[in-house]
Write a protein that binds this ligand. Structure first.
Ligand SMILES: Nc1ncnc2c1ncn2[C@@H]1O[C@H](COP(=O)(O)OP(=O)(O)OP(=O)(O)O)[C@@H](O)[C@H]1O
Length: 483
């Protein structure tokens, strides 16, 4: 439901802007220049929604930090400005350029401010000028970032694409710092389970008998802690606290690309820990050798233990994941719906899970059973985003698989019915599902003439009319290809 504008003493855009500027000013005075620049400067006000002021920051980590360290203060300051604002929501959102503030760079941004506004660079440039004035951006702290209770080995579904990574993760969890498995480097595309496996390792080691001290963090958090330490001149404590852990786990290492100072610090920490026989686990979106922008010596070190790739999901793995998640939610999702989702949503597990959760939420909310029609309606936006153009090669592959013939027979001269009929089906589907012309389709099927394709199309249409089972078979193929 759309939220209403603030009632009572409503704020106009101009007044809101002024109020926000005052709040930022107050915070800046209260926390000091260094802390303000480190954590708060990138905050922008997205607007007021109902009784809630919405503040955005460029990354999830910054949001978590600002929410937990400054959330109450932000709310109190808003209340002073306008009593109708009762809550402050801090969320990830697009950045508008922050207004120039006293003592800061004016309109033409320096390289540092430009990159900082994108939320990308190491904001280290001013580290000598203001060091010492920082308050509590605690560089020592404890390193035990909260782990997601859902991300354990028990809930991780294993299939061909992730079985090697999973086996390595298990091994490290059971026997940390085993030679050959240190460091463990897990990599794979977005939403394929890297963080899940990292948390599972951390849970297992923390829950083990030896009471090992596990430090789990995102690379982004590593960087912010390091910067905070530099600024408050407490790098010794920072180093000591990290070097006293038994297991260091750093997620999304690609974040350190281009952040040379942080990389260097990470490299030294890494060496100190490995030399001391401690386990390192790292995840990234690419293999060490493909992480261009990481220093060569760091890439070499990262690649010298065990490197395990999590591949894109297969249909079978998607099915198993959906079945496991539906069972865990205690909701009866018919097989047809599960198969449909596994066919349609092929991008990654996060999206697959999101789609299933939405279906389950709808079913619970309206007390209705989950059905295929309902799924198509509830998920129409997700499904549309996954619609894609099917290629002739995909059609040939799918049809060959379906009829159990060789892919090469799609273009061969063999005329045996067992081969010729599936080839005709593939031509028919190519005509139906692609915008290719008849001559072009003919060329892709072993340089056949366009009249051969025409004949195949009409023959298959006839057979479908005459034989319901055959028609159903072709329809099934079409639906599978239309994912
Ligand atoms: N094999 C699996 N079994 C069960 N759940 C999985 C599996 N793989 C991924 N997931 C789920 O998919 C979601 C996304 O996974 P995760 O956050 O671990 O991905 P990621 O690879 O770290 O992505 P990113 O690159 O965006 O950080 C999580 O909810 C996770 O539990």
């Amino acid at each position: 439901m759309e939220k209403q504008a603030v009632s009572g003493p409503a704020l106009s855009a101009a007044t809101m802007g002024e109020a926000w500027a005052r709040i930022r000013g107050r915070l800046r005075e209260e926390v000091g220049e260094v802390e303000y620049r480190t954590w708060l400067r990138q905050m922008t006000l997205a607007g007021i929604e109902g009784d809630e002021a919405v503040v955005v920051l460029p990354t999830r980590f910054l949001c978590d930090w600002v929410r937990s360290h400054y959330g109450d203060r932000l709310r109190a300051l808003w209340q002073q400005e306008n009593a109708a604002v009762r809550r402050v929501e801090v969320r990830v959102g697009p950045q508008r350029p922050a207004p120039a503030e006293d003592g800061e760079e004016a309109a033409a941004p320096t390289r540092e401010t430009a990159t900082r506004r994108k939320g990308l660079a190491e904001p280290l440039a001013d580290r000598s000028s203001t060091a010492g004035t920082a308050r509590s951006a605690d560089p020592r702290g404890d390193w035990s970032a909260p782990l997601d209770p859902r991300f354990t080995f028990d809930t991780f579904v294993v299939g061909k694409p992730n079985e090697f990574a999973h086996a390595c993760a298990r091994r490290v969890a059971e026997r940390p710092a085993t030679p050959g498995f240190n460091p463990l480097f897990l990599y794979g595309g977005v939403g394929l389970g890297k963080t899940h496996l990292m948390h599972a390792i951390a849970w297992a080691i923390r829950g083990g008998e030896n009471g090992r001290n596990v430090a789990y963090m995102s690379a982004e958090k590593f960087m912010y802690r390091f910067i905070a330490a530099l600024r408050s001149q407490s790098t010794m404590e920072f180093k000591e606290s990290l070097r006293s852990v038994d297991v260091l786990m750093v997620d999304d290492l690609q974040f350190l690309i281009g952040k040379d100072n942080t990389q260097e610090e990470f490299f030294h920490t890494f060496n100190a820990l490995v030399d001391a026989g401690k386990q390192i686990v790292v995840s990234a979106d690419k293999s060490p050798s493909d992480l261009n922008g990481l220093e060569d010596r760091l890439r070499t070190r990262l690649g010298c233990g065990m490197v395990a790739d999590i591949h894109a999901t297969t249909y079978e793995l998607r099915l198993s994941i959906l079945q496991a998640k539906a069972a865990a939610a205690g909701v009866d999702v018919p097989n047809g719906v599960i198969e449909f989702l596994a066919h349609k949503i092929t991008s990654n597990v996060r999206e697959l899970e999101g789609a299933l959760n939405r279906l389950i939420a709808h079913a619970n909310l309206f007390g209705r059973a989950v059905t295929l029609d309902g799924a198509q309606e509830v998920l129409h936006d997700i499904l549309r985003a996954h619609d894609r153009r099917v290629t002739i090669e995909e059609i040939q592959r799918k049809v060959a698989e379906h009829y159990n013939i060789r892919l090469t027979d799609m273009s061969s001269a063999r005329r045996a019915r067992a081969v010729a009929r599936p080839r005709q089906v593939a031509m028919y589907l190519a005509k139906q599902l692609t915008s290719r012309s008849l001559p072009e389709i003919g060329r892709r099927f072993g340089n056949r003439d366009h009249t051969t394709v025409m004949h195949a199309v009409s023959r298959i249409a006839e057979l479908m009319q005459a034989d319901a089972a055959f028609a159903e078979d072709v329809e099934l193929l079409r639906r599978m290809l239309e994912t």
